[in-house]
Design a protein around this ligand. Structure first.
Ligand code: FES
Length: 163
C-alpha cells in the first residue's frame, strides 16, 4: 500500500483521530491485513501514538497484523455444527492446507479460521469460503471444495490426467 493510498483513505474521513477505526477498516479491506508501515504512517499523520494504534488493531478480531490469504475459510464450530462433525472438517482442512486455524498458507492462497456460528445451523456442518456457504460438509468433501479455490487447479488436474 503506497503512502498516497493511505492519504486518500485518511482524507476520506477528514484527518480526525476519532476516525481511526474506520480508517483501519478501510486499510484492512484493501490489504486484507494492517501493514506495519501503514500503521506508522497513520500514527504520524493523525498524531496518534503507535502503541495506541496497535492496541486498537489487536483488540478487534476483524483486524489482522499479518497478511491474510486470498481466500478466507471459516469452519463453523458452533454447537449445531460441532455435533455434526465440524472438528473432523477442521482436522481435514489442517491436513489439506498444512496450517492450523488462525494461520495462512505459505502461498498466501488460504487463511483458515473457525467461527462460533454462521447463522445457517440447519445446513450444518457449514464452511464458508469468501462468504460462499458450503452446507452439509464432511471431511470427504474438503479436498473437492478447496480445489475450486486453488490457483493451480487446472495444472494439477492435467498432471493427474497424465499419471
Ligand atoms: S452452529 Fe454452525 S451455522 Fe450455526
Amino acid at each position: 500500500m503506497t503512502q498516497s493510498e493511505i492519504e486518500t483513505i485518511i482524507e476520506r474521513y477528514g484527518n480526525r483521530e476519532s476516525a481511526i477505526l474506520s480508517i483501519l477498516q478501510d486499510v484492512q479491506a484493501k490489504e486484507k491485513y494492517l501493514p506495519r508501515e501503514a500503521l506508522e504512517h497513520l500514527g504520524n499523520t493523525l498524531n496518534i501514538p503507535i502503541n495506541k494504534i496497535y492496541r486498537i488493531a489487536t483488540f478487534y478480531r476483524a483486524f489482522s497484523l499479518t497478511p491474510r490469504g486470498k481466500h478466507e475459510i471459516c469452519v463453523c464450530m458452533g454447537t449445531a455444527c460441532h455435533v455434526r462433525g465440524a472438528q473432523r472438517i477442521v482436522d481435514q482442512m489442517k491436513i489439506e492446507l498444512g496450517i492450523r486455524p488462525g494461520e495462512t498458507t505459505k502461498d498466501q492462497n488460504f487463511t483458515l479460521e473457525t467461527v462460533n456460528c454462521l447463522g445457517v445451523c440447519a445446513a450444518g456442518p457449514v464452511v464458508s469460503i469468501d462468504g460462499e456457504y458450503f452446507g452439509k460438509m464432511s471431511s470427504a468433501k474438503v479436498e473437492g471444495t478447496l480445489k475450486k479455490f486453488r490457483p493451480d487447479k487446472k495444472k494439477k488436474e492435467g498432471a493427474h490426467g497424465k499419471a
